[in-house]
Design a protein around this ligand. Structure first.
Ligand code: PMP
Length: 344
């Protein structure tokens, strides 16, 4: 790459080094300084570019992958898109088993990037043969020369963020970060970033965002899997109905749970107050930050970094659709329609 001219050999060279953007307006009434790490600036528009590239390059380094081989993954969309993008450049087949909860936009995007997509029912248990885990596992067993990324149970998911996201945030804040707020799905982002940051300064607080309907927060607090915590919810990519080994629970200080409704409104507010068109879980991260502030987590000396995982364009038929918001009953007395959405 010619860095001086900003000319790249291929799109993969643009992965990482995402900007940190000061949240000036949306967070005015809270104590402390708040910065968003905006992962939509990755070429695949999400934080998952980092793990797709790292896991695939590690497999190449170990001699597991050769040109023409197949890469298989279960994914709510973002990881799939990133794997498909890396596969295009490196010459691999990409097969993805996705949850039926994923937005249509996401599934179309995966197909546009050349992936073969299998849509599997969302509300079945992980060991059901129809689940996306079992479908992916079966295909991995059947296709010779295939690699299963297995992001929920792959230590390299953590390592990708330990090597990139963590050091970037440390450098961008000149070592002054006091709190990290990050969503937890596979747990790779929060765990890898946390491990690096805690090595640099063990006093940095690591705050995880979980969804109502997910088991992560309860598991963190009790070390017990409580199936009663599980029920359907709308936010994609956040929370889980199982305990992923890609989550290092020890590195996380505290979890907070957010609702579908509050998170959706927070995502919409980010667009119209900060000009940041980011996804549903970015709204969840902002909402969680507000709740943490209410719990007294921050003070005037806090320097808080919030990771915004992906881009708003993936949610046009959901959070950014008034019809969808209405169908969910999300325009209620608590949350009025945003002022700029008055109909003429
Ligand atoms: N937000 C979105 C939109 C995601 O797709 C994911 C990944 N499942 C996350 C947040 C959570 O990131 P991680 O898997 O690294 O915990």
């Amino acid at each position: 790459m010619r860095e001086d001219l900003q000319v790249y050999d291929n799109v993969l060279q643009l992965i990482g080094n995402t900007p940190l953007i000061h949240l000036n307006r949306i967070i005015q009434n809270l104590e402390g300084e708040f910065y968003a790490k905006v992962e939509a600036f990755n070429p695949g528009h999400s934080t998952k570019d980092r793990i797709a590239l790292h896991i695939i390059e590690e497999a190449e380094r170990k001699g597991i992958l050769k040109p023409g081989d197949t890469i298989i993954e279960t994914t709510s969309g973002n990881t799939g898109f990133s794997i498909a993008m890396v596969s295009v450049i490196k010459g691999y087949e990409c097969i993805l088993a996705v949850s039926s909860k994923s937005s249509k936009d996401k599934i179309d995007m995966l197909r546009a990037m050349g992936a073969k997509v299998y849509v599997c029912p969302a509300n079945v248990s992980a060991d059901d043969p129809r689940s996306y885990y079992m479908v992916a596992k079966r295909m991995h067993d059947e296709i010779k020369g295939s690699v299963y990324i297995n992001q929920y149970f792959n230590e390299l998911n953590i390592e990708a963020h330990y090597r990139s996201t963590g050091p970037e945030i440390w450098k961008q804040t000149e070592g002054k970060i006091t709190h990290l707020v990050a969503c937890s799905g596979t747990g790779g982002t929060i765990s890898g970033t946390a491990r690096f940051l805690k090595e640099m300064n063990p006093r940095i607080r690591i705050l995880g965002i979980d969804a109502y309907g997910s088991v992560l927060k309860k598991y963190h607090e009790t070390k017990e899997f409580d199936a009663a915590e599980i029920y359907p919810y709308r936010i994609e990519g956040l929370g889980k109905n199982l305990i992923p080994t890609a989550t290092d629970f020890e590195s996380i200080d505290k979890f907070v749970k957010v609702s579908d409704e509050d998170s959706a409104h927070a995502a919409r507010q980010l667009a119209i107050t900060e000009g940041l068109f980011v996804g549903y879980t970015s709204g969840a991260a902002l909402q969680g930050t507000r709740q943490l502030a209410e719990e007294g987590e921050f003070n005037k000396n806090s320097k808080v970094v919030i990771i915004f995982p992906d881009h708003g364009s993936r949610y046009m038929s959901k959070v950014f659709s008034d019809e969808w918001m209405n169908e969910q009953g999300f325009f209620d007395s608590k949350h009025e329609k945003a002022a700029n959405q008055i109909e003429f």
